[in-house]
Design a protein around this ligand. Sequence first.
Ligand SMILES: Cc1cc2nc3c(=O)[nH]c(=O)nc-3n(C[C@H](O)[C@H](O)[C@H](O)COP(=O)(O)OP(=O)(O)OC[C@H]3O[C@@H](n4cnc5c(N)ncnc54)[C@H](O)[C@@H]3O)c2cc1C
Length: 318
Amino acid sequence: MKVTDHIKNGNGKTQFSFEILPPLKGENIHSIFENIDPLMDFNPPYINVTYHREEYVFKELDNGLIEKKIVRKRPGTVGICAAIQNRYEVDAVPHILCGGFSKEETENFLIDLQFLGIDNVMALRGDAVKSETYFTPEKNGHKYACDLVLQINALNKGTYLDDELQHTFPTDFCVGVAGYPEKHMEAPSSESDIHFLKKKIKNGAEYIVTQMFFDNEKYFKFVEKCRAEGITVPIIPGLKPIAVKSHLNLIPHRFKVDLPDALVMEVVKARDNKAVRQIGIDWCVQQSKELVKAGVPFLHYYSMGKSSNIKEIASQIF
Ligand SMILES: Cc1cc2nc3c(=O)[nH]c(=O)nc-3n(C[C@H](O)[C@H](O)[C@H](O)COP(=O)(O)OP(=O)(O)OC[C@H]3O[C@@H](n4cnc5c(N)ncnc54)[C@H](O)[C@@H]3O)c2cc1C
């Protein structure tokens, strides 16, 4: 079922969803199930599965030359989605990227998803590969998520890349896209970022999931600005609890989001990471309660593959 239909079926009640990462290459899928199992008590109608593109690793050889190796640390997005739908009978929402994909590969990826009975995709540009500063699209690939959304929408109308194909079967994907309450790191202004967010919606996206934020005011202002720009689709808030002290530096650095002073000070004063984990849970519970009051359709939690703190939060909300 489509995410937009799950929202309609919620009849205004806030529902629970979460995002997982495929395991590192070499690890077992059971580590994923062990983290999903406890969260099924809160009836998530869908589970998102992130996509991780290749990275370049540079290794010095004995002869002094540098070898460039291409590695994918977390493959398996499509397989995990199929396993989730099969094991839990809930919808899986795979993330699909511009980065690393030509249009042809994108089309083939979408065909696989359709054959697996997957009804939703989260369309993203992806970041630059770690060794590069700026995002570079694949040869004959997409530069921005709005162009990827356009391709998915064309396929939904039965328009494949090969225009000689006859009697094509249209796909029927519900497309989600990313939104940034604190602006995307590369956007020159929040206005321009919202302008291009609107383009993703115009090109066929039906809902937005936000980057994590730790101050609900940022989300409320973002929604207000989107509505003023004529974006009417659901805007699902994304939440992540702080779990360890090092998150104070890692989260702003990696995701370009601010942490409120009050939260930072509590974490700084915490005795150890056990205390930090509890602070993170309490903060996230307060955020969740206020967002439920505001009538958000879903609370979407970034689990990062660890479910125990998300379970504690969800048990206080759902
Ligand atoms: C909910 C969520 C889930 C995510 N999941 C993943 C994942 O699974 N795997 C992963 O690798 N990354 C993931 N990311 C990270 C994401 O890929 C990065 O934030 C990436 O840098 C931007 O992706 P986007 O789809 O928002 O890009 P876009 O919407 O293409 O925007 C990228 C930048 O370009 C600007 N822009 C957009 N369109 C245009 C245009 N037509 N002309 C000029 N400028 C334009 C925007 O303002 C923005 O600054 C996720 C992010 C979020 C919020």
